[in-house]
Design a protein around this ligand. Structure first.
Ligand SMILES: Cc1ncc(COP(=O)(O)O)c(C=O)c1O
Length: 413
């Protein structure tokens, strides 16, 4: 094993590599890049080797998944997403989850035979969930998650009355659900998932469950995962309305390889989903190769375990830095996520002081976070802690300096 693959925390630079995360704001004083949801770690050696083998062949023609790749996908849905009877015919390949979210909205509209439908989401939410309704010229019904705060730490829960009210609307045809949830990092419990599934069935709404963060649950004993597909036997009518999506992209850091998959058990809904996505890009041979290696090479699971250790440590480092900072306690609330490498900062008190978006304020102090505005939370920002200790600490210094500067500001006017 090459030394750079021994430690997840190996120092890397991505500057000048067409990395969105590193290059977008470089001209603004080279801030610590803690935004876009990819990681500053190399993919597992087996994945790098698989992609390199494809690259070396030098012929990059159209690709179809072979039997081993199809079996790997089906097995993933069965063993990781709880789809007991996962069968290969129900798997749809996608060049990414974002196309899948768009296809789900269009498929739900086709299934209704409607010209226009409304998409329900629980916000704050990863922006493409909202874009999918807009892209289909439909409406959106956004249900705000409930926040409770203890010593600065925030936890989010579903507002069940508001969700039921949204799903009961005639025009709502699909719920785009995120489990674990980006950006607030909750792993939804079996009770919560069952309730969501029952509400969707009761109101004839398609449940599209994006489970891409499932393999980045930081303590699975404390917060066990319940895939929507595992509820098909318990919740009558769910099978006909279910779309589950996942990808190796987040866990194995292969988002740029463009490969994802959807599981659509119902034949009719699957036909709508396929037709709705007929204009999708092809999955590249790099994507299939990356997925097959990530899902089948045993060294990748060992790598994932090391990754989880690093992410847990980084999550706790972010939490400790904020908890120990009196300015942070006064000006923001933050999550300690069950899953993902994302901490969500709510910055209402900060915004009152600085009177501009927290994103801009943090950027000026040397750290690029994700702007909360497209997540339907303009007074929030998201921290990506999947990076080296050195870069994370640079980012935390930027956050502390932004909060200190806001604290010093005179708010008497
Ligand atoms: C919940 C969720 N879905 C989808 C995506 C994007 O997936 P893809 O790059 O496969 O389109 C992300 C990326 O952060 C995500 O967090």
């Amino acid at each position: 094993m090459a030394p750079e693959h021994d430690a997840i925390d190996a120092p890397t630079t991505r500057a000048g590599t067409m990395s969105r995360k590193w290059d977008r704001y470089a001209s603004r004083g080279d801030p610590a890049p803690l935004w876009v949801a990819d990681m500053d770690f190399r993919a597992p050696r087996a994945v790098v080797d698989a992609v390199t083998d494809v690259a070396r062949r030098g012929i990059y023609g159209y690709a179809d998944p072979d039997a081993a790749t199809i079996a790997a996908a089906t097995t993933r849905f069965r063993e990781w997403h709880g789809v007991a009877d996962a069968d290969a015919d129900a798997v749809r390949w996608l060049p990414g989850l974002n196309p899948g979210l768009n296809h789900a909205v269009r498929a739900a509209r086709r299934a209704r035979g409607a010209g226009r439908v409304t998409t329900a989401t629980c916000a704050p939410i990863y922006p493409p969930f909202s874009y999918a309704s807009r892209n289909d010229e439909g409406g959106k019904a956004e249900v705000t998650l409930r926040r409770t705060i203890e010593d600065g730490r925030a936890r989010y829960d579903v507002d069940w009355d508001a969700l039921e009210e949204a799903l009961a609307r005639e025009d709502v045809a699909v719920l785009l659900w995120c489990n674990p949830h980006n950006p607030i990092g909750r792993v939804w419990t079996r009770d919560e998932m069952t309730r969501v599934a029952r509400l969707c069935v009761a109101h004839d709404v398609v449940l599209c469950s994006d489970e891409v963060w499932r393999e980045l649950i930081l303590d699975e004993t404390a917060t066990p995962f319940c895939g929507a597909g595992s509820l098909m036997d318990d919740v009558d009518g769910l099978r006909e309305r279910l779309i589950v999506m996942t990808s190796p992209s987040k866990t194995y850091n292969v988002a740029g390889c463009d490969v994802a998959m959807a599981y659509v058990p119902d034949r009719t809904l699957r036909a709508h989903f396929a037709r709705a996505g007929a204009d999708k890009a092809e999955i590249t041979p790099f994507g299939y190769a990356a997925m097959l290696a990530a899902y089948t090479d045993p060294s990748c699971e060992a790598w994932r375990q090391r990754l989880l250790e690093t992410l847990r440590a980084n999550r706790d480092r972010v939490d400790a830095a904020l908890a120990e900072d009196a300015n942070a306690r006064a000006l923001v609330t933050w999550t300690v996520p069950d899953a993902s490498y994302l901490t969500w900062l709510n910055c209402e008190a900060l915004v009152e002081r600085v009177e501009r978006s927290p994103f801009e304020h943090f950027l000026e102090h040397g750290v690029a976070l994700s702007d909360g505005a497209p997540f339907s939370a303009p007074r929030a920002a998201r921290v990506n802690f999947a990076t080296t200790r050195e870069i994370l600490d640079r980012g935390l210094t930027g956050i502390a300096s932004a909060l200190a500067s806001a604290s010093r500001r005179d708010v008497s006017h």
